[in-house]
Design a protein around this ligand. Structure first.
Ligand code: NAP
Length: 220
């Protein structure tokens, strides 16, 4: 079933390939930005990619606070440092019960990637506290944009999905599995989200040490 998905900050690395993947699988996609011009430009680029891939789908666009109004599912494809200001910006437009997907990794780069330790334990729990009444699901931390961008190659790896609302979690797990070859694994409640956020920082660190970018995880 096609769903209405808004990608808040969908103009960066992670938003466009997710938009392409989910548009191809039949969802209605809205690209959000702080700038209407940037949203329009990136949506145009995504539509060119879709055309090149032979898909008739097209994505729409708008300001972050506008695109969330249409959405059943909002994906926060923004860096951690923009979280608070973005949530304040979109708060009014959100409908009660909206599924909020957080792939956000609490990481800062001071030369080296550094985990940011949060009072609430995880970004996802922070979002849940900031947005009562929304159904927050943590997912997609360990899938790099570079892997998602290789449209002719199946994306190998597992995606651990955490959330307290089982129905919302199932919806997000099925969206993950619309991306060919990705496997979604139920990671339990939102209290487990910190482990996925933290392991992603570790993956970035390991990638730098072994000089291999875009590492993922496979649970066997
Ligand atoms: N990149 C990956 O491979 C990857 C993989 C897994 C998870 N993630 C996570 O997914 C999230 C998005 O990653 P990304 O690489 O796509 O990020 P990004 O390219 O750095 O930023 C995405 C978009 O966020 C908006 N933004 C940037 N700074 C902001 C701020 N201070 N306040 C509000 N909005 C801001 C920008 O959109 P506008 O200027 O258009 O508003 C930007 O295009 C991050 O939390 C990251 O940890 C990334």
């Amino acid at each position: 079933m096609g769903r209405r998905i808004a990608l808040v900050g969908g103009t960066g690395n992670q938003g466009p390939p997710l938009a392409v993947r989910w548009a191809i699988s039949g969802n209605e996609i809205w690209i959000g930005s702080r700038s209407a011009e940037k949203a329009m430009k990136v949506a145009g680029e995504i539509n060119m990619i879709l055309k090149g891939l032979g898909s008739p789908s097209k994505v729409s666009y708008g300001l972050n606070r506008e695109v969330v109004r249409m959405a059943e599912i909002v994906v926060l494809t923004i860096p951690f440092e923009g979280l608070s200001s973005t949530i304040e910006d979109i708060r009014e437009g959100l409908r009660a019960g909206t599924i909020m997907v957080s792939p956000v990794v609490p990481c800062k780069f001071d030369g080296e990637p550094q985990l940011i330790r949060l009072d609430k334990g995880s970004v996802a729990e922070t979002v849940a506290e900031m947005l009562p009444g929304m159904r927050v699901v943590a997912a997609l931390h360990t899938v790099s944009s570079k892997r998602l961008e290789r449209y002719s190659t199946p994306v190998e790896g597992d995606v651990v999905v955490c959330g307290d609302d089982d129905q919302a979690k199932k919806v997000v797990m099925s969206l993950v599995e619309e991306i060919p070859n990705l496997r979604a694994l139920d990671g339990g409640g939102l209290e487990n989200a910190h482990m996925m956020e933290e392991i992603t920082v570790l993956l970035i660190k390991i990638g730098r040490i072994i000089k291999k970018r875009d590492l993922g995880i496979k649970i066997e």
